[in-house]
Design a protein around this ligand. Structure first.
Ligand SMILES: *Cc1c(COP(=O)(O)O)cnc(C)c1O
Length: 414
């Protein structure tokens, strides 16, 4: 590594107001973790919080813990709403417009179906080719029931594809593969002008950058709990519904937890007021408790500071690559404010390249067919990590280390 880069990284870390937050995460020694966009790192406080929920709230409190805090309860029953209210300011929503529940996939299903029901006479769901697979697949079940028709149009053609048949525009705000960011305000307003509703997938935005759902007049959103929100593997996801749609909101997974009075045990379904009707079954308390720790850290740091650091990290990483003479095709937008918190590079052997980097402790990932994806979760990465990761990448490329046979074998999860 050049001395100048190391020295500059040290200065940037020294001046970084978020530098202290790295200690709030348990990043293993010897690992440079560039995959927080896929599975966020473990917050240092999570194990103790989970132990407390398991031993105290479950072990000692038993069924009493479902009840509100105070009377011997631990407030489990309100966790989906409480957590939703904490996620809301991170995505530009009001506290009562967000709920933590289910997976992103399941929330997509509920909200796509809800949008179709709100826009009678229209069946078309418009999205883009190459959107995250589950976003496209979740339309298929509704198509099979004759309720929906999928239409895909390339990014540049989305506005023109919004005709009188489109019930819903369904897009991922920050593209999982390229990191390219859509103009949420412009596309939302184009969809509304065409009489369509909009559902934004914030999986690669929430906790990484400021999102302004209400300022953009968005109708619906979903997002992931285990990426930049650090909720842990398979963490519950979240869903947003703009307040103006709360009374009309009707979704098909009419489970008892979304009932207006679940403990009245009546035979007929009646939806709970507001976003609570998005609940289906019993909330996963352990998952929600872990997610709360991750969300609390993000909220404490603030998405504006996180995004500023993410841009500084990725720009410094590119500077290091330039300095080290690394030439790789950047697939992500060059302008930092047009991308999320990642840089994606194209390489014909991107898989082997990602494996060779992992062998050196630099954990990024591979996305089919030829993308090396490096995520810059700003809460726990240092500028020194950028310099070191760039150095490893330069060495792997210069020594053609990725050509080694062991790096070609594909694992089940890439
Ligand atoms: C990660 C991700 C998901 C995840 O969906 P799950 O139901 O949690 O598996 C959905 N959409 C996008 C855009 C993602 O990046």
């Amino acid at each position: 590594m050049t001395d100048a880069l190391t020295a500059k990284a040290g200065e940037l870390d020294h001046a970084d107001p978020l530098d202290g937050y790295r200690e709030r995460f348990a990043v293993p020694d010897g690992v440079i973790y560039l995959d927080g966009n896929s599975l966020g790192a473990l917050p240092a406080a999570t194990p103790a919080r989970l132990a407390q929920v398991v031993r105290g709230e479950w072990g000692e409190g038993l069924i009493r813990s479902w009840n509100p805090d105070g009377n011997g309860g631990a407030g489990w029953i309100d966790l989906p709403q409480r957590l939703g209210a904490k996620i809301a300011p991170l995505v530009g929503a009001a506290p009562h417009e967000v709920i933590a529940a289910d997976s992103t996939s399941v929330n997509l299903f509920k909200l796509i179906a809800a949008a179709l029901a709100m826009n009678p006479g229209r069946k078309t769901i418009l999205s883009e080719p190459g959107n995250f697979p589950t976003d496209l697949y979740m339309i298929a079940g509704l198509e099979a029931q004759g309720l929906a028709t999928r239409r895909l149009a390339p990014r540049e053609g989305l506005a023109e594809a919004l005709d009188g048949d489109v019930a819903l525009l369904l897009l991922t705000h920050v593209h999982y593969k390229t990191g390219a960011m859509h103009d949420m305000a412009a596309l939302t307003s184009a969809a509304h002008a065409a009489g369509a509703l909009v559902l934004w997938d914030l999986s690669h935005s929430a906790g990484a950058l400021p999102v302004h759902l209400n300022r953009c007049n968005a109708d619906f959103a979903v997002g992931c709990g285990y990426k930049y929100l650090n909720g842990g593997p398979g963490a519950p996801a979240f869903a947003f519904v703009a307040e103006r749609h709360h009374d009309a909101l009707s979704q098909p997974l009419t489970g008892w937890m979304g009932h207006a009075a679940p403990f009245a045990f009546t035979d007929d379904y009646a939806p709970a007021p507001g976003v609570a009707r998005l609940l289906c079954g019993t909330p996963p308390v352990l998952g929600l408790a872990a997610l709360e720790v991750g969300v609390d850290i993000v909220a404490e740091i603030g998405v504006v500071r996180l995004y500023a650091k993410s841009q500084a990290l990725s720009e410094f990483f590119r500077e290091c690559l330039r300095d080290l003479g690394v030439v790789l095709e950047l697939v992500s937008p060059v302008e930092p404010d047009r991308r999320g918190s990642q840089l994606s590079f194209r390489h014909p052997d991107a898989y082997a390249l990602s494996q060779a980097l992992i062998a050196r402790g630099v954990i990024g990932d591979f996305r089919d067919p030829d993308i090396l994806r490096l995520g810059f979760a700003p809460a726990y990465l240092r500028f020194a990590d950028m310099a070191a990761a760039a150095h490893h990448l330069a060495q792997v490329l210069a020594g053609q280390e990725w050509r080694r046979e062991e790096f070609a074998r594909r694992a089940a999860v890439t």
